[in-house]
Structures are given as structure tokens and as C-alpha cells.
Design a binder for this molecule. Structure first.
Ligand SMILES: O=C(O)CCC(=O)C(=O)O
Ligand SMILES: [Fe+2]
Length: 266
């Protein structure tokens, strides 16, 4: 199994300003049928099957994004959480998960996998593009209701959203009683950042970042500065990067890519 970066300069710039990438058309009928009966909570065994590994976690278009944004020999998730909602509910409050890293960089891709189609009434996850640049206390954002520019992840079956860990998100309101499944798992960086994705040496990279709908004049300026710094960090211009021991301890169940490939006999 050859894993190559799949994003080019412009697509990396899009991730830098938006904070997530969407990959559609993953999984298989078998996996998606099995998800119809999957229990909520930890689903470590389920995601470690060869089938799930090949059809989702190490699918070339998925591993290619992880390889682009996290560098060589990133760590591959070996545990996952099944976020299952059945009853109608009013939705979660805006938050970012766990220990959101205050430092600049892309060291952790948190992924949301949807085995079944999610429509507007099914309680889609909502994300706020660009919010990964604003690490903030959960309590400070929990009172927001609708935010200009928010996106409801209404997606076809077999969609993976790969997000910067700090991205603000929440489960959106759900109006029906059908199961809404989402499997959440993480890839982590283990190597130094460098611009080793798909680049065109002849092309001048236009480092221009779009303005988020919620950003006023000054915030747009601040966002642009942060985006530029994040881009430079990814290109390896920010000096030596150290893995976070705290993060490695919490996500210690992850395995290095080279080990997973060796287990698969690749
Ligand atoms: O299920 C969802 O759509 C999001 C869940 C979530 O963000 C959480 O429980 O932390
Ligand atoms: Fe969350």
C-alpha cells in the first residue's frame, strides 16, 4: 500500500483557512450495514478490522490527506468513539473537544465518519469554518446560537470530515427519531513539518485567505496573519517541532503508520 500526499498547495491553503477537508465515497455496503447495529461508545474492534482499515482509515484518499497535513509516518487511529443519536434533541452547544492545543500548527486531525446519509433533520454535526484559529474556553462559546457562516455537515453515506482538532463544532438539532451515526477518530503528527505535498515549483503560491462571514475588518486581518503563520509552520519554516507528550499519552492507543502497514503485510 503506497501512501502519498494527495493535496496540492491550493488545497493545503484551503485547509489552513477553513480547518477541515471532506472526503466522500468511502467505506463499503458491508461496513455501512454493520453500522446499523453498532453500539454507541468505544468501537475499537470495529475500526481495526482489515475492511475498515482499507476502506476508510487507510483509503488512499484519506491517508493521502493525513500524509499531506501530518507528514511521514503519522499515527493511525486504533480506537474510535461512536456518537449515536436516536431521539430528537435540540442539539449540543458549540465547543471544541478535550485539550485543544493553543499552539499554532497541524498536529492532530480529528475525523468524523458518517456511514449513513445525514440530512438537515437528522442532527448533522455543525462546524464553523476558520474557528480552528480561535482556541478558546468551551464555556466562552457555549452560549452562541447560530453563527454566520456555520456549516451543517449534511453528507452522503461514506463521508469522512478530517478536521483541525481545535475546530468549533457541535451536534446540530435533530428533528426525527432515526439513528444518526458518526464515528470519531484521530490521526497525529510524529514528524517535522515540511512542504512535501503536491507542489508546483514554477507556480507562485498566492497566499491569500478568504474572509469568514463572521469576521469583522480587524478579525479578518488577524485571521490572515494566523493563516499565513500556519501555512509557514506547515512548510517547515517555524523551527523544530516537538511532539506533545500529553497528547501522545491521551491518544496512546494510536499506532505508527509503518507498524500498521507491516501488520497488513504491505
Ligand atoms: O455527534 C456529533 O455530531 C458531534 C458530537 C460531539 O462533538 C461531541 O460529543 O463532542
Ligand atoms: Fe465534540
Amino acid at each position: 500500500m503506497n501512501i502519498h500526499p494527495t493535496l496540492n498547495d491550493q488545497e493545503v491553503l484551503d485547509f489552513v483557512s477553513k480547518g477541515y477537508v471532506t472526503v466522500e465515497g468511502l467505506g463499503s455496503e458491508k461496513i455501512h450495514n454493520e453500522c446499523k447495529n453498532l453500539r454507541p461508545g468505544g468501537v475499537t474492534d470495529f475500526i481495526q478490522s482489515d475492511e475498515f482499515l482499507r476502506a476508510v482509515i487507510l483509503h488512499p484518499r484519506v491517508a493521502g490527506v493525513a500524509r499531506t497535513l501530518l507528514g511521514e509516518n503519522f499515527s493511525v487511529p486504533t480506537s474510535a468513539h461512536h456518537h449515536l443519536f436516536e431521539a430528537a434533541h435540540t442539539g449540543q452547544t458549540w465547543h471544541s473537544d478535550g485539550i485543544s492545543d493553543p499552539g499554532l500548527g497541524v498536529t492532530h486531525l480529528q475525523c468524523y465518519y458518517y456511514p449513513h446519509e445525514v440530512g438537515p433533520e437528522d442532527g448533522p454535526t455543525m462546524v464553523l469554518p476558520g474557528s480552528h484559529l480561535r482556541t478558546i474556553d468551551r464555556e466562552a462559546i457555549a452560549h452562541y446560537q447560530n453563527i454566520l457562516g456555520q456549516v451543517s455537515l449534511t453528507v452522503p453515506a461514506g463521508t469522512l470530515v478530517m478536521s483541525h482538532y481545535t475546530l468549533w463544532h457541535k451536534a446540530g438539532p435533530k428533528l426525527n427519531h432515526q439513528r444518526r451515526s458518526m464515528l470519531k477518530f484521530s490521526y497525529l503528527r510524529t514528524s517535522q513539518p515540511q512542504r512535501d505535498w503536491i507542489t508546483d515549483p514554477d507556480r507562485q503560491v498566492p497566499v491569500h485567505f478568504p474572509r469568514q462571514k463572521y469576521a469583522g475588518e480587524i478579525e479578518f486581518y488577524r485571521d490572515s496573519v494566523k493563516c499565513r503563520r500556519l501555512w509557514e509552520w506547515l512548510c517547515g519554516d517555524a523551527g523544530k517541532w516537538q511532539p506533545s507528550h500529553e497528547r501522545l499519552r491521551i491518544f496512546a492507543k494510536a499506532k505508527l503508520l509503518n507498524e500498521v502497514l507491516a501488520d497488513l503485510g504491505e
